[in-house]
Structure formats: structure tokens, C-alpha cells
Write a protein that binds this ligand. Structure first.
Ligand code: ZN
Ligand code: ZN
Length: 575
């Protein structure tokens, strides 16, 4: 048993105590101990042998005896007892992002909700918002979380997999003897739906890392799956693969396991000319009498060995990136630092949760120069769409707010519904009053191809429409794209100068990277927006950026990398 394993046990005890409604200080004691065990340099087993356990901050008599039991027997009877006493459904609820043990406890107590199904029902019946400290936002979170959990069959959305992978990486990094831990595989390439979480660790004693990994409390099952490899299924149902290599092998393995099979196959054609073969450890010589392996020290060195510049992981799909590398024309992919604003944001004027001011402040804190407030239009009653009067009132409020802000601009926008016949939900004279108009389809998803094409084309012909929101309408794992001919839409967008959105919401990622790349090729400019309905969702921009990178986008292809004055000129030229 190592520090991290004991830390995990204490953390789980803290969760279970909190679920059971135990004393706050008792919970805190276990959390503190868990944290300090992850931080100390010495091994707990050594400290115990030397009688120095009490030196560890936060370890009193009670916890010391727990540690002694764990070290001696490999088990913790207290944890086992707690597991028996807390309904399993409540433990699964911990997998819902943003739902902590104390909220789960409250829901259990007040509504006798014990399973995920019961929780979903309670949220749908709007029972959760009646509880102290909770609101509609908690219900939305719960329903979204459960939807995500249900959508996990063969693949999980990047938005679920990436945060879990990052958590695992930070925990693996704190294990003694671990030199480096990184994400590889499909997540590193930014695929929108991933089959597994692939993790790679460089360590001096691989077996220890594997043993610790196997006992992670957030796993339902775990097993050894090869020499220095382990696999687990998380509480969420996501498959996690761990490979452990020596520090010398790390760079080659990271390069190898982050690349698609097609990418490696194509690189192998180049390597073959030099009489080498790429394997996970490096470049294996195929020359007679030579049987060494060349181990690169970095990914850059690996590509350099083949005479190529570095290829970012998002491009490693074998779809033209090697040809681009040979021609020295690998794009300079967009990064988070390039983003200067967000052009699709909702507030509590429609179905968002925060005020205009709160959204603006949150954006300012991120270093943005501008945002566009784009609440829903009048006929979208399920989302409290704005009447014309209310919209005009909102524009006035924004005007006042802008007077108070320096170096930051709130654009008054609208997400106008494209009605089933292709007309827009406000008359032109109202649209003309907005700084920016996003047009989106929110109904009639099942229209046949000819009808929906005509519908969206018609909307794009409107001179006030600047952005087509979530163009394909897909919801990952739940709803297919509409029967829209995106090829045609790109033609029109290119002719009209309309920007197409990459909606960063992790369950949308719409446009997909495939269509983003097509858009770039056609010279259509992209807007990477979050469609945030509360301040925390502004963070979703990272998923949109990853999708853009997979679509080969550079900052010049993305409108919201432009400085405010340039953007305003562009918008102003319209009217
Ligand atoms: Zn929308
Ligand atoms: Zn929206």
C-alpha cells in the first residue's frame, strides 16, 4: 500500500461520511489527511516503521490506527462498513459532474431519492429546486449529467472523457517514482467521441504504479491487461487504459500512442526508406547486423528523425498532414490565447441563468475584449424567447452597461429562430437594430432534405444574419444532424460572407472538425462560440478550440480571434 492508495481510501471515506450526513469536521479531517498523504515525500510505510506517522500533518491518533490497519491487512474495515451503509445509487450519483456529496445527501433526505432513475424523475418534476441552496441550475446539471451517463455506450463525448483523464493524470503524477503522466490516444487527438481514455506514465517501478491504479475508488472494475498495462471501467462506465514505460521510452511511446494507425502507417513508409520501422519504443533498425532501437527524447525529435517538422496530435489522422509536413505547410493551429471574445451567449433574459453584467464580467476575467449577448427570439417559448419590446429594452440595458465598461464591449445580439419555412422570428427592422444576428434552427429537425435546405438557405439570404448557429443540429450520442446539405450551405456562406459556428457545447461540437476543415478550404470564416447559458459554461470554449484544431483552423480563420475594432468594422460594414 502506498500513500496514494491510502489517500484514495480516506477520500472515499470522506465522500461516504458526507453522504451519510456525518459531522462536518470529521469529513474535513479525512479530506485533509488525504491531501497531505498525496503531498508528503516520504512513504507512509517507512514512517510507520520508524514510528513517525504523527509527523504527517493532519494524521491524529484515530487516522493513525486506520493507516496501521491498512498497511497490515491491505483493507480498511471502516470503509467497508460505510460502503454497506450508504445506498449504492448514491455513490453512483457522485459521477454526475458538479453534484457533490452534501447535495446528494440533501436530495436523499428530503425526497428519499436513492437511485439515478429516481433522481432523474425528481429533477424532471422540478422537485430539486425546492430544496435549500439548489435551483433550476442544479436540475439542469443533474439532467445533463444523467443524459451523459446514459449516452455512454461504446463511446463517450470528449467533454466527459477529457476532464476525467485530466483528473487521473494529476493523481498519477503524484505517485512516487512517476516521472511523467500524460494523456494519449483519441483524447489527445481531440476526437469528439472517444472509445477509451488512454494514459501513459513514465516510471521507474511500473508494477507499483499499476497496483495503485487498479485500486482507484472511482473504478467499478479493473484488471491487468498486459505487461505494464492495466485497464479499468470508471463509475461512469468509461474505459481507462494505462500503459507504464521507462522514462527513456516515454517520448517514443507518447508519440506512438497519440497517433492514429493511419498516421503511423504513412510515417512508416518514410521510415522504410531509411531502413527503419516505427515501434512504440522508437525507431527499430531493419539493416542487417544492426539491431538497435533509436529512442527519441521528444516528439519533435521523433519527427525530426524522419526529416519532418512537428505534427500536432489533432492532425495525426493520416488525412493529409504528412504531405503537408513534407511541403512544410503544417498549419499554425488556433490556441486558447487567440480567442478574444464569444459571440453566442445567453442570459437570464431568456433561458440563461446569469445576468448580462455577470456574463460580461466573467468574460472580462477570461481576458476577452467582447461578447455578444444572443438570447432566444420570441417564438421559442420553451426558452423564454424575448418579445420585440423586451429585446429593445435589453439593447438599452446593454448600451448603459457599455458606458460603464472600459476596454470591453458587449455587443447586442440575438439568436433568432429560423422558422420552419425559412423566415426569421423577427422582422428585418428589428434585426437591423442588433449589432450581430445568430440564426439557428430549433424545431422541425425531421424535415426532409429539400425542405430544410431551402429553409436554411432562405435564412442565410437575409442580409442581417451574420452567423449560422450550431449548423448541423446534431447532439452527440443522441440526435443525428438534420438532413441539411452542408456542402451547399458552405457555398452560400462563402458567397454571402456568413460565418459558420463551431458550437463548443461538449454535447454539440457543431460544426464537426470535418466540416470546419471544409469551411476553411472554401474560405468560410468560423466563429468558435460557447452558447453558454451560465458563467461556468464559458469554459466550454476549450472543446470548440480542440474541434477547430482538428479542423486545421488557424487564428485567421476564426472571427472571434479578431481585435474588437476590426470586428466592429466588419460588422459595421454590413449595415
Ligand atoms: Zn441555439
Ligand atoms: Zn444558443
Amino acid at each position: 500500500m502506498t500513500n496514494i492508495e491510502i489517500a484514495w481510501i480516506f477520500n472515499e471515506i470522506a465522500d461516504l461520511l458526507e453522504l451519510a450526513g456525518e459531522n462536518f469536521y470529521k469529513v474535513l479531517a479525512y479530506r485533509k489527511a488525504s491531501r497531505s498523504l498525496q503531498r508528503i515525500n516520504a512513504e507512509v510505510a517507512d514512517l510507520q516503521r520508524e514510528g513517525r506517522l504523527s509527523d504527517v500533518p493532519g494524521i491524529g491518533k484515530n487516522l493513525r490506527s486506520k493507516i496501521e490497519e491498512i498497511l497490515k491487512t491491505g483493507k480498511c474495515t471502516y470503509l467497508e462498513e460505510l460502503r454497506r451503509n450508504v445506498p449504492q445509487g448514491m455513490r453512483y450519483m457522485l459521477a454526475i459532474p458538479g453534484l457533490g456529496p452534501s447535495s446528494i445527501r440533501l436530495i436523499y433526505q428530503k425526497l428519499s431519492v436513492e437511485t439515478l432513475e429516481e433522481l432523474e424523475k425528481a429533477a424532471k418534476k422540478k422537485k430539486i429546486r425546492e430544496l435549500p441552496g439548489m435551483g433550476p441550475k442544479t436540475e439542469t446539471n443533474i439532467l445533463e449529467g444523467i443524459k451523459m451517463l446514459k449516452s455512454i455506450q461504446d463511446c463517450v463525448p470528449l467533454g466527459v472523457a477529457l476532464p476525467l483523464a485530466e483528473l487521473m493524470v494529476s493523481q498519477l503524477t503524484s505517485i512516487q517514482g512517476v516521472k511523467r503522466a500524460e494523456i494519449c490516444g483519441e483524447i489527445r487527438r481531440g476526437k469528439e467521441m472517444v472509445a477509451d481514455i488512454d494514459l501513459l506514465v513514465a516510471a521507474t517501478s511500473p508494477r507499483d504504479v499499476i497496483d495503485i491504479f487498479l485500486s482507484h475508488p472511482r473504478f467499478k472494475e479493473s484488471w491487468v491487461s498486459g505487461a505494464f498495462q492495466a485497464t479499468a471501467i470508471s463509475l461512469l462506465g468509461v474505459k481507462v487504459n494505462l500503459k507504464v514505460v521507462s522514462p527513456e521510452e516515454f517520448a517514443a511511446a507518447w508519440f506512438y500512442y497519440s497517433s492514429s494507425g493511419r498516421h503511423i502507417d504513412k510515417l512508416n513508409e518514410i521510415a522504410a526508406n531509411q531502413k527503419y520501422k516505427i515501434i512504440s519504443k522508437g525507431f527499430k533498425s531493419e539493416k542487417e547486423k544492426e539491431n538497435g532501437i533509436i529512442m527519441p527524447e521528444s516528439e519533435e525529435e521523433a519527427y525530426g528523425f524522419l526529416g519532418l517538422p512537428y505534427i500536432p496530435p489533432e492532425l495525426r489522422e493520416g488525412s493529409g498532414e504528412i504531405e503537408a509536413a513534407i511541403a512544410n505547410s503544417i498549419p499554425k493551429l488556433i490556441t486558447a490565447e487567440n480567442i478574444r471574445g464569444d459571440l453566442h451567449i445567453h442570459t437570464n433574459w431568456s433561458d440563461g441563468l446569469n445576468t448580462i453584467e455577470e456574463m460580461a464580467e466573467a468574460a472580462l476575467k477570461r481576458g476577452y475584449e467582447y461578447i455578444a449577448i444572443t438570447d432566444h427570439s420570441r417564438s421559442l417559448s420553451v426558452a423564454d424567447g424575448l418579445s420585440v419590446e423586451k429585446l429593445i429594452k435589453q439593447f438599452e440595458v446593454i448600451k448603459e452597461l457599455n458606458k460603464k465598461m472600459s476596454g470591453f464591449r458587449i455587443l447586442s445580439g440575438i439568436e433568432v429562430d429560423i422558422r420552419t419555412d425559412g423566415t426569421l422570428d423577427y422582422p428585418d427592422e428589428v434585426l437591423a437594430m442588433a449589432d450581430i444576428v445568430v440564426a439557428s434552427v430549433h424545431s422541425g429537425f425531421k424535415q426532409d432534405s429539400a425542405t430544410i435546405n431551402l429553409r436554411v438557405q432562405r435564412a442565410l439570404e437575409n442580409p442581417y444574419v451574420r452567423i449560422l448557429g450550431h449548423p448541423s443540429g446534431r447532439i452527440l450520442g443522441r440526435r443525428d444532424p438534420y438532413a441539411l446539405d452542408l456542402e451547399q450551405i458552405l457555398e452560400t456562406a462563402s458567397r454571402k460572407g456568413t460565418w459558420l459556428e463551431i458550437n463548443s457545447s461538449p454535447d454539440r461540437l457543431d460544426l464537426s472538425s470535418y466540416w470546419a476543415r471544409k469551411a476553411k478550404e472554401k474560405g468560410v470564416v468560423i466563429a468558435i462560440n460557447t452558447d453558454a447559458h451560465d458563467v461556468s459554461r464559458l469554459d466550454d470554449i476549450r472543446f470548440g478550440i480542440i474541434t477547430g484544431r482538428r479542423g486545421w483552423l488557424e487564428s485567421e480563420n476564426v472571427i472571434n480571434t479578431w481585435p474588437l475594432d476590426k470586428l466592429l468594422t466588419e460588422l459595421g460594414g454590413m449595415f
